[in-house]
Write a protein that binds this ligand. Structure first.
Ligand SMILES: [Zn+2]
Length: 107
């Protein structure tokens, strides 16, 4: 589930009363722009050279947060774990058009 790691980290920081870090994480969208988010979602790690992130912010945390930003623009495919705008719902699960065609061609 996208956002789990992000929420877990935020909860952990609040519990430890590490408010400076918690505040940074809550305002992460002020430091990471939508254009960066798109590159993070493409797993383009060169984006890290352009961002000024605290050392405790891991790539996994950043990617997890980025996934929550993408929600309105598409759905997470259960097969390839990527965000897509086009696909089908199958038994309540979203499958992107690429994975759908791949499965169809296997049969
Ligand atoms: Zn897919």
């Amino acid at each position: 589930m996208p956002g789990n790691l992000y929420r877990k980290k935020l909860t952990e920081l609040l519990r430890k009363k590490d408010l400076e870090k918690a505040r940074w994480l809550e305002n992460i969208n002020k430091y990471v722009l939508p254009s960066h988010v798109k590159r993070i979602l493409r797993k383009d790690k060169s984006v890290l050279q352009e961002l000024v992130l605290p050392k405790w912010v891991t790539w996994e945390l950043l990617y997890d947060w980025a996934c929550t930003q993408k929600k309105e623009e598409g759905k997470l495919c259960v097969l390839c774990d990527e965000w897509h705008e086009v696909g089908i719902e199958f038994n309540g699960k979203f499958i992107c058009e690429y994975c759908f065609l791949r499965i169809k061609n296997l049969k």
